[in-house]
Design a protein around this ligand. Structure first.
Ligand SMILES: Cc1ncc(COP(=O)(O)O)c(C=O)c1O
Length: 396
């Protein structure tokens, strides 16, 4: 490996959302424990990004900034080379984050009382984008076939046909189930939405994080009609572990939808933009960090294989959902026979393991754990041993 995927910077008292939880449970810097929760990686930043940021600090001042032509061309070039999608620079609108962006899409492209569909269980802020803005949740539960989730298209079509359903927030790849939707699945979703005038908000923040044997398809790349009926939300934040730099790229090919979305941004700020360091880091990442990403994916894939193999042989009461994309593994722990609150307690207090609890993604997630595996492999091995030791008490 050319890059470092072993060093961990313990982020106690550094304002890290993920690490703050450990401190809350009395875990100290000297304890060799890391959290497996919030979706940022425990990998040090790619040196090319660090260099670009240092260069900016050394040679510029931190004034207001916007996207430069070099920046948008680096973004579009990444879409072309990694995702075979011809995106136009003028389709891109800025956002500090994809969460901000899907809240804005709901506010600007639907009205109070309208229905917004989610394929559940799903990333929990999507529920909040609906409830906090007084829209109506249209629940399209995924079908759990045991170790994989499938889409219930009949249910989707029936609910999309209700004239009050105006939007689908598609999570692609899907957090927390780890599915990478196939082009056939995306095409069926797109056709249903076109037929019933449902706008697709495609949150593709995990689009670069795909395991061997799977392929991510940008929703808008499937057809011109789909492109005109969607908003594609991307960011370098998950891919290159720069979420704290708050830089996202929101692609809206249709001018009318783009104007609505921009109107929403301008409602609270006439000059919507990201920060100068975010732009510089993202540009460097898209131009120079393809190799870093390829190595990073190998580490994640290796961790995924270790977990799958260990659970199959040592803890077969647990079920692992195949990780097709993202670095978030979805583990079904119902076989332990614990209630979901008890499972949380056992993990925190006995196993000293800090996953994201499945129930935060919806009722279907009760007694599941979402395991962030973007970390050095030694922590994965240690966690598996602790799981085995702790769970053996509960396995009859
Ligand atoms: C599907 C999905 N969308 C959005 C986000 C967060 O996006 P941002 O930090 O850009 O607001 C996450 C983070 O885990 C996510 O998994």
């Amino acid at each position: 490996m050319r890059y470092d995927f072993e060093t961990v910077h313990k982020r106690f008292n550094r304002g890290s959302n993920k690490w703050n939880e450990l401190a809350r449970f009395g875990i100290k810097e000297s304890d060799d424990i890391i959290p497996f929760s919030v979706a940022d990686m425990e990998f040090v930043t790619a040196p090319e990004i660090v260099e670009a940021l240092k260069h900016e600090l050394d040679t510029s001042i931190m004034g207001y900034a916007g996207a430069t032509p070099e920046y948008t061309s680096a973004v579009c070039n990444w879409m072309k080379t990694r995702h075979n999608w011809n995106a136009e620079p003028e389709w891109i609108l800025p956002s500090h984050g994809v969460v901000d962006a899907f809240f804005n899409a709901v506010k600007t492209c639907t009205n109070e009382g309208d229905g917004v569909m989610l394929m559940t269980p799903v990333y929990y802020p999507m529920y909040m984008a609906i409830s906090n803005t007084h829209r109506k949740l249209v629940d399209n539960p995924l079908i759990n076939t045991g170790t994989k989730y499938e889409i219930n298209f009949a249910d989707m079509e029936r609910k999309a046909a209700d004239p009050s359903t105006k939007m689908l927030i598609l999570c692609s790849p899907h957090n927390p189930t780890g599915r990478v939707w196939t082009v056939d699945e995306l095409t069926r979703i797109g056709e249903i939405c076109l037929k019933h005038n449902v706008l697709v908000v495609s949150d593709e923040i995990h689009f670069d994080l795909v395991m061997p044997g799977h392929k991510h398809t940008v929703f808008a790349s499937i057809s011109g009609e789909f492109a005109d009926n969607c908003i594609v939300m991307t960011a370098p934040s998950k891919t290159f572990n720069i979420a704290g730099l708050q830089t996202s790229n929101i692609f809206i090919p249709d001018p009318e939808t783009r104007a609505k979305f921009l109107g929403g941004l301008e409602l609270s700020n006439p000059h919507p933009n990201c920060g100068i360091l975010g732009y510089r880091a993202a540009e460097a990442a898209y131009k120079h960090c393809g190799e870093w990403l390829d190595e990073c994916l190998k580490v994640i894939d290796g961790n995924r294989r270790i977990i799958t193999g260990f659970i199959e042989s040592e803890l077969p009461v647990l079920k692992v959902h195949e990780l097709e994309g993202t670095y978030l593994m979805w583990i079904d722990m119902r076989g332990l026979g614990l209630g979901y609150k008890e499972l949380e307690r056992v993990n925190h207090e006995e196993a000293r393991l800090f996953f994201d609890e499945g129930y935060i993604f919806g009722e279907q997630g009760e007694c599941f754990e979402r395991w962030n595996i973007a970390c050095p492999t030694r922590y994965i091995n240690e966690a598996l041993e602790r799981m085995k030791g702790t769970y053996s008490k509960y396995i009859e």
